[in-house]
Write a protein that binds this ligand. Structure first.
Ligand SMILES: NC(=O)c1ccc[n+]([C@@H]2O[C@H](COP(=O)([O-])OP(=O)(O)OC[C@H]3O[C@@H](n4cnc5c(N)ncnc54)[C@H](O)[C@@H]3O)[C@@H](O)[C@H]2O)c1
Length: 350
């Protein structure tokens, strides 16, 4: 690079794009140089948000810019892979929103294209970057709660029919790639596998209970991890009012439970053999994420700052494509199990 900043572009100027634009503006060594959307008013609005950068209505035209180094892909989910492959062809690094793809074949295509072009592929899973998830990860990895026996995840959200009707791609197999799990529950499914490890087998039932959409709005699954831990996944966008998502980890030396974005229980065996309550603060406990935009800015900011460093140093991103792929594979296994009525073993064929 013959310039002293990493030039950033954002494609898809919808709901999530400000999390990219505002964070790039705040990140030392990064600069917004362009945005793109097929809808001119959206592109124009986000170009202003970006500080008056150029805007494009055609993605490939934006990719021709020499001062563009990284592209944030914020378009409907199934569009991410082809856009990533095109960006790689132009030698641009990629930051993709979740899910990185809606099929494993497409996820692999983008991983390989970026690898072969020598560009970075980073994925958004913002909760991996922030508390209390970082502390929970350290506790589980250090054996603080012992051998895990049960690991459960509940993502019981509410989305109105108006939400699904607000953009033509929402709730469709073709563009959303799934529903309550592929779009909303994916974050907590990623947390579950990040904390517990690789999945061995899944048995699931998915249903479309209350919305006029093609994809599931309610799903339940039992899950067996490779390390022997078992648990359940429940994900929905059908229940009113939505309740804070929960993650519950139980080992033979302790229990950690998360409610919303806060810890609700952290208890381990104390020196006297009695339960020791390690919960000192209830801040953040029981926050329900009522709106799709109830997302902290912090996680995206850390991933963006990390990617700037990766571009400058050659290091691998904090959430590379191979990590972004894991929750996708679990969700696709859930869909397959529900469709066939049978347990499904991982890894899946891509
Ligand atoms: N990380 C998170 O917590 C989080 C939150 C919300 C959304 N997302 C993800 O972000 C992605 C976008 O979601 P959203 O809610 O912002 O959607 P949105 O519908 O609000 O925005 C998508 C934008 O892409 C534009 N677009 C469509 N085709 C295009 C093309 N060919 N070229 C350029 N622009 C095009 C649309 O006009 C629209 O403005 C999805 O994959 C979603 O899963 C992630």
């Amino acid at each position: 690079m013959n310039k002293d900043y990493v030039g950033w572009g954002v494609v898809g100027c919808g709901v999530i794009s400000p999390w990219h634009i505002e964070n790039v503006k705040k990140t030392p060594g990064a600069k917004m140089v362009a945005v793109c959307d097929i809808l001119e008013d959206k592109a124009k609005e986000k170009a202003e948000m970006a500080g008056g950068c150029d805007y494009y209505l055609d993605f490939e035209e934006m990719l021709k810019r020499e001062d563009l180094d990284v592209v944030s892909i914020c378009t409907p989910s199934s569009m991410h892979p082809d856009m990533a492959v095109l960006a790689a062809k132009y030698g641009k690094h990629v930051l993709t929103e979740k899910p990185m793809a809606t099929t494993l074949a497409k996820a692999d295509e983008m991983i390989n294209a970026c690898k072969n072009a020598g560009v970075k592929l980073a994925c958004i899973f913002q909760r991996r970057m922030t508390e209390p998830f970082i502390s929970i990860k350290k506790a589980v990895d250090s054996g603080e709660i012992g051998k895990l026996a049960l690991a459960d995840m509940y993502a019981k959200y509410y989305r109105s029919q108006a939400y699904y009707d607000s953009a033509g791609w929402r709730g469709t197999w073709e563009f959303d790639g799934g529903g309550a799990l592929m779009n909303q529950g994916i974050h907590m499914i990623d947390m579950l596998q990040w904390l517990v490890g690789d999945v061995d087998e899944i048995y699931a039932i998915c249903r479309t209970q209350v919305h006029k959409i093609e994809v599931e709005d309610t799903a339940i699954a039992t899950i067996k991890f490779k390390n022997g831990t078992v648990g359940v996944i429940e994900g929905t966008t059908s229940v009113y009012p939505d309740v804070p998502h929960r993650l519950e980890l139980h080992g033979d030396k302790g229990t950690i439970m998360l409610s919303g974005e806060g810890i609700s229980k952290w208890s381990v065996i104390g020196p006297d053999g009695q339960p020791l309550d390690k919960l000192t603060s209830g801040v953040g406990v029981n926050q329900a994420l009522t709106n799709p935009t109830d997302i902290s800015m912090e996680g995206h900011g850390i991933i963006i700052a990390d990617l700037v460093n990766c571009v400058n140093t050659g290091k691998e991103p904090i959430v590379p494509g191979t990590e972004g792929r894991k929750a996708l594979e679990i969700i696709l296994a859930i869909y397959e199990s529900s469709k066939t009525g049978k347990p499904v073993k991982l890894p899946l064929k891509s």
